[in-house]
Design a protein around this ligand. Structure first.
Ligand code: FCB
Length: 446
């Protein structure tokens, strides 16, 4: 088996960028060499993480980073997306921590030496705990602390970074972390979710202004995730419920960024749950972007409910990944086409796409057929969206390594490289081999 795309697909062009992605808390380990973050605290409470694990060791990437970059190099990919741990590079005093900064500078320099483009995410959920103790994303001041951190770190990195993303998936930080409490810091309440979302978006806008000043040559943008909302039936009530869910869970984060306003359903929220928006905030949030990163894994179904604006329904009789997420690449294609109609999009990079599967090492190899099929289907969806006019420039598979999958711990494996957590040995899965075959056989097309 090989990944197959139509002969003239731009995905087979050398200029289409391929990469793999990770995030600091999920792979780094060595938690004592940085300040504590909200995920350390969240993991310490029994019941929060499926396997009661934490990020103390993870993939021991702090010790094994050189080997990991060699691994990325051996995959033949163009780019590596990773995140900076805010609590590793900024001390309690708000100043740079040279040890943490040096770690990332070494990493950046090695990537550059090997010709791999660094795509740096500035916030992938690991908020320093002392900032959370002051209200975290519920405190407007956190947006300005983020801006200051971005200002210092981007000056320290100079011109080493190919692309910056301010935030990864503000939906997850705000909704999962502050509204339904299944992610750190584990708070609940619509008022909290919406206030955290507003401060995160404000932080994004403030950081974009800094990036334009400090890193004008880099591609600067934000990474948003979408789980497209489908009605369970074609009844008007179910269609309305799905449309509400789509605005509430997806466009809540996209519309401010692209159009400078929240979806209209803002006005339907109880007044006390609406975010406090100061004059000028929406203009700060709607900064011009060099690109938008889009993360996609699955779609979701909704039906109408007498007491709630929407009610989520689990899919039945469909193919699921180990996360219980439906495999449905057509929704990915349709999402990309729809976003392109709805907004004036900058160039798009698919910054995450992939699947958790029940992988096992047998005789030294991992035959991850379900992941291979998943990637195949989703590459084709990207191809179809490009054919339909969407300007998509690259694709990052999530993830380079099996790693700490947040509330699911280490049980769910998303890597194209298998990690044995006892020995920390890395083994390329079959999907990694096929990915290499795809990226190394691209040719320049006119
Ligand atoms: C995304 C996260 C990423 C990873 C994947 C499976 O929401 O950005 O860190 O956990 O899901």
């Amino acid at each position: 088996m090989k990944f197959k795309l139509p002969e003239h697909s731009t995905l087979l062009d050398k200029s289409f960028l391929y990469g793999t992605a990770t995030a600091s808390f999920q792979i780094e380990g060595d938690s004592t060499s940085r300040l504590p973050c909200i995920w350390d605290t969240f993991c310490a409470t029994a019941g929060n993480i499926a396997d009661a694990s934490n990020g103390d060791q993870a993939c021991e990437h702090i010790a094994k980073w050189r080997e990991d970059i060699d691994l990325i190099h051996s995959l033949g990919v163009d780019a590596y997306r990773f995140s900076i741990s805010w609590p590793r590079v900024i001390g309690f005093d708000g100043k740079l921590n040279p040890q943490g900064v040096d770690f990332y500078i070494q990493l950046l320099e090695y990537l550059i030496e090997l010709g791999i483009k660094p795509f740096v995410t500035l916030y992938h959920w690991d908020l320093p705990q002392h900032i959370e103790d002051n209200g975290g994303w519920l405190n407007r001041q956190t947006a300005y602390l983020f801006r200051d951190y971005v200002d210092l770190i981007t000056q320290a990195f100079g011109e080493r970074v190919h692309s910056y993303a301010t935030l990864n998936e503000p939906f997850c930080s705000a909704y999962l972390g502050y509204e339904v409490g299944i992610h750190a810091p584990g708070l609940t309440g619509q008022d909290k979710g919406k206030q955290a979302a507003h401060h995160l978006l404000l932080a994004h806008g403030l950081a974009m202004q800094v990036l334009r000043k400090n890193s004008p040559k880099a591609l600067n943008g934000i990474v948003l995730n979408f789980t497209p909302a489908y009605p369970v039936s074609d009844s008007q009530a179910d269609i309305n419920a799905a449309a509400y869910a789509d605005d509430y869970l997806n466009h809540w984060y996209a519309e401010p960024v692209f159009n400078g306003c929240y979806p209209e359903i803002l006005n339907q929220l109880p007044a006390e749950n609406r975010p406090q928006i100061e004059e000028g905030d929406m203009q700060i949030i709607a900064q011009p972007l060099d690109y938008v990163g889009i993360n996609y894994y699955t779609r979701a179904f909704y039906k109408a409910d007498d007491n709630l604006p929407y009610c989520a329904i689990s899919p039945k009789g469909v193919e699921l990944t180990a996360m219980g997420w439906e495999v449905y690449p057509d929704a990915f294609r349709d999402l990309l086409i729809d976003l392109n109609k709805r907004y004036t999009l900058p160039p798009v990079y698919i910054t995450e796409n992939g699947a958790a599967t029940d992988d096992e090492i047998i005789d030294g190899s991992v035959d991850d057929q379900q992941r291979i099929n998943y990637i195949q289907g989703h590459l084709l969806a990207v191809h179809q969206a490009i054919e339909a006019g969407v300007d998509i420039q690259g694709y990052f598979v999530w993830s380079l390594l099996d790693n700490f999958e947040w509330a699911e711990g280490y049980v769910k494996r998303f890597g194209i490289v298998y990690v044995d957590y006892q020995t920390q040995q890395r083994t390329k899965k079959r999907s990694a081999e096929l990915f290499t075959e795809l990226v190394t056989t691209r040719i320049n097309q006119a």
